[in-house]
Design a protein around this ligand. Sequence first.
Ligand code: AGP
Length: 610
Amino acid sequence: MCGIVGYIGSRPVLPVLLDGLSRLEYRGYDSAGVAFMQGDRIRICKKKGRLAQLEQALSEADLGDMPIRAGIGHTRWATHGAPSDENSHPHLSANGRVAVVHNGIIENYIELKRYLCAQGCCFHSETDTEVVAHLVDLHYARDCAGDLMAAVRQTLAELEGSYALGVLCADDPDRFIAARKDSPLVIGLGEDGHFIASDIPALLGQTRRVLIMEDREIAVIEKNQVRLFDALGRPVCREPLEVQWDSAAAEKNGFEHFMMKEIFEEPRAVRDTLTRHIRRGTLELPAIDWPRALRQVCIVACGTAYHAGMVAKTVIEQLCRVPVVVDIASEFRYHDPILDEETMVIIISQSGETLDTLAAMREARRRGGHILAVVNVVGSSIAREADTVLYTAAGPEIAVASTKAYSTQLAAMYLVAFDLARRLNRMSDNQVREQIESLLALPAMLDAVLASQDEIQRFAASHFNAHSIFFMGRGLDYALAMEASLKLKEISYIHSEAYPGGELKHGTIALIEPGTLVVCPLTQPALVDKMISNIREVKARGALILGILTPSCQRAADVCDAVFMLPDVPARLAPVVAVTPTQLLAYYMSLNKGLDVDKPRNLAKSVTVE
Ligand code: AGP
């Protein structure tokens, strides 16, 4: 989704902006642009397409010798108006005095546009953002006697919706303004200047000292100082955060794609997530405020994180005998969910900034739920607003397709399930200790899966032309199948569906024809005989079966056309290990089709609009 960068300081401004934008590419975008202060005017360059097109345009522009003092930049993921040069950010006020980059949606932009047109403003784009540039300029000249900060504050008071903003003003060349509401924005504190960016990885090439902006805060960014204010204009004092991730963590390190690098990081990421919360064989979680009379658990998330929640539902219900509902965050607010103070709400999010999930979390709090968030990004909005946070230790995940984040979300949710089972006396200390030992064996099993990745590579090489691929499983294997199917469609663009083994025959089996590939995770010995029957049903219609098997389900190998053997993982923990071959399958399908693995079409990494 859209990304923002900004810099003021003594380094060459354009390379800093372009470096930041390139680190934001992973969020997904369709155009990019920069605005910068040169002499006493703002210059602007923006292009539809990839960053390379913007770089090309800048290299062809006559930039003269005058130093560039400050700049803001943007990658746009179109919402209002098609991808085009005109709709790209930054947007300028009519007289060129004010330039704005924006992430989020200005919901009342039509009324504001009508008002501004009546004031004589001419619009050059179809975006919601352009109103901000005109409004700031109008207030600057008409109402605020040339006080940029006051003009921005007056503008923000008129905006409805969400925003992260960078505002540059030609009359005020020694600073720029940043502001946020419901869209992430961080400030980077450097040795020779200061930065803003939509997320921490974008800053890693420059600094690891960051200030995370809170909702409705405004910051004045100057070369030698950063001043932060709350919505009422009162100064805010905040200690900077020292980010632990280093710049290499957000680079490819010799891998062709971030996705592959991140799949190969799964053993490390799972190990770090577990060891962060385990001390000498016992659980050491942040104090989770489980309701005294726990009536239900409600897990809320989107996409891959939702699928991690599906696995957790089965595990918690089996171990704790407490009902668990799993809700898609974008639906949660609109179906009048039944929550009260006896409900534990668990929010799962890699980025901690997914707007649907954030909004659902706020609604859950309003309804009295206790909130535990399982989040990867330290200091993200969800992490800051939850009652308790359990951090995963995936490190920065750059590829749009989530891989190591899912594995670590599972690892974290097992810990939560064991913690609850212990509290409810459903498991003894010894049983928890045994489970922890099994968890700690997972990284080595992941290493073993990765050592056989060429088997998946070969399989993908002969099936990447498939039109449609089904995933079929029962119990935890069905939850896993949902994630496997999502991964395949999002990066290979192959139509795919995930079904419980017994459900296909109620309609969807009509789509199975000779040669249709059906991928079956088979890790649940208690369900394997039923799955063998379901496999026979689709094979009778000509389907080709790839089985992803644990040794305890070995007897299903006879009905499979191809088999990937997993290590001997306990059934309950199998999703952590069984997901990896399905991620590799999606990766190699996409690679064979010559697609952009890390930045699939239409998708954004961090979905910060509803
Ligand atoms: C999956 O590969 C996607 N990246 C997507 O489904 C993602 O999991 C979803 O948008 C939720 O993101 P979050 O974990 O950052 O909240």
